[in-house]
Design a protein around this ligand. Structure first.
Ligand SMILES: NC(=O)c1ccc[n+]([C@@H]2O[C@H](COP(=O)([O-])OP(=O)(O)OC[C@H]3O[C@@H](n4cnc5c(N)ncnc54)[C@H](O)[C@@H]3O)[C@@H](O)[C@H]2O)c1
Length: 264
C-alpha cells in the first residue's frame, strides 16, 4: 500500500464520497503515505464511519463526516467542523459521484430529448456543483497557508462522451473546464488543481456487471490492458497529484483508464 513517491507530510486530506470504491482506496492509501488526518466524507454516514475506522486501524487519525456535496449548506458545515477540529484542508479530493445509482439506470433508458429536466439535477448537483461547493470552502484556507492540492475525479465519459449518459458526461467535462480555470486563479497562492479521468473501475458500482463473463469480455475489448481499473490504480494517481511529487503540475487532466481512450 505504501508508495515511495507519495508523502502527504502530515497534512489533512478530505475525500468526498469516500465510503466505498475509489474514495475508500484513496483514504486508506493516504493513511499509510504520510497523512496527518484523513477526513472521510460520504452521503451515507455508516459507510464513512466504517472507512474512518479502517484508517485508524492503519495508524492514522480520521474523521467521518456526513454531508451531501450537492448541498452548499451541508458542505459549509462540514468544512466548519474540519476547521474547528484540525484546521483547514491541505488536500481536497473531489471523488463523490453518482454513476452507480438507480438514477443512472433510469436515465440511460430514456433518450436525452425525452428526458425531464428534473432528472438532470442529481448529475449536475453531485458531479459539478459538488466540486464548486467544496473548492469554495477549501481555497481560502489553502490561500492563507500558501499551499494546497485539489484533485477532481472525472470520467472518460466527460472526455469522449457516453452516448447514454449525456448529462453526466457534460457535468464531468464541466469539472475539467472548471479545474483549468481555477488552477489559473489560485496558482499564485501555491495551490494546484488537476483532474484524474477514470474509465471502468472494479468498484461496488460495476462489480456485479463485470461478474458476467460475456459482459466482461465485451467491455474489456476496448481496453488496451484488457482489465478494469482497481480502486488502487486510481488512488495512486490521485495521491501523486495530491502530494509534492506533482508540485509543478496544474490545470491538467490525467486519464487512468487502461488505455480506453488515447486522445487527450
Ligand atoms: N466506477 C467507475 O467505473 C467509474 C468510472 C469513471 C468515473 N468514475 C468516477 O469515479 C468516482 C468514484 O467512483 P466509484 O465507482 O468509486 O463510486 P461509488 O458509487 O462506488 O461510490 C461513491 C460514493 O459517493 C457517495 N456519494 C454519492 N453522492 C454523494 C453526495 N451527494 N455527497 C457525498 N457523497 C456522495 C456514495 O454514497 C458512495 O459511497 C466518481 O466521481 C465516479 O463518477 C467511476
Amino acid at each position: 500500500m505504501q508508495n515511495p513517491i507519495i508523502d502527504l507530510k502530515g497534512g489533512t486530506i478530505l475525500i468526498t464520497g469516500a465510503g466505498q470504491g475509489v474514495g475508500r482506496s484513496v483514504a486508506l492509501k493516504a493513511a499509510v503515505n504520510g497523512a496527518g488526518n484523513v477526513v472521510v466524507n460520504d452521503f451515507v454516514l455508516e459507510r464513512a464511519e466504517a472507512v474512518a475506522e479502517e484508517v485508524r486501524a492503519a495508524g492514522c487519525s480520521a474523521m467521518a463526516l456526513q454531508a451531501d456535496v450537492s448541498d452548499h449548506h451541508s458542505v459549509r458545515e462540514m468544512f466548519d467542523q474540519v476547521r474547528k477540529e484540525v484546521g483547514g484542508v491541505d488536500v481536497l479530493v473531489n471523488n463523490a459521484g453518482n454513476s452507480g445509482t438507480s438514477d443512472v439506470y433510469a436515465l440511460r433508458a430514456v433518450p436525452f430529448w425525452e428526458q425531464d429536466a428534473s432528472h438532470w439535477q442529481p448529475f449536475l448537483g453531485v458531479n459539478l456543483f459538488g466540486v464548486l461547493h467544496t473548492c469554495r470552502e477549501a481555497i481560502p484556507d489553502m490561500r492563507d497557508r500558501g499551499a494546497g492540492r485539489i484533485v477532481n475525479v472525472i470520467s472518460d465519459a466527460g472526455r469522449v462522451g457516453d452516448v447514454t449518459l449525456e448529462v453526466y458526461s457534460g457535468a464531468k467535462a464541466g469539472v475539467a473546464g472548471f479545474t483549468r480555470a481555477i488552477a489559473r486563479a489560485v496558482g499564485r497562492f501555491g495551490i494546484t488543481a488537476n483532474c484524474v479521468s477514470l474509465a471502468v473501475m472494479k468498484t461496488p458500482t460495476l462489480e456485479k456487471k463485470l461478474a458476467d463473463p460475456e459482459v466482461y469480455k465485451k467491455m474489456m475489448a476496448s481496453y488496451i490492458l484488457r482489465r478494469p481499473g482497481e480502486p488502487e490504480d486510481a488512488a495512486n494517481m490521485i495521491l501523486m497529484l495530491g502530494s509534492d511529487a506533482s508540485a509543478w503540475v496544474t490545470g491538467q487532466t490525467y486519464p487512468v483508464n487502461g488505455g480506453f481512450s488515447l486522445a487527450l
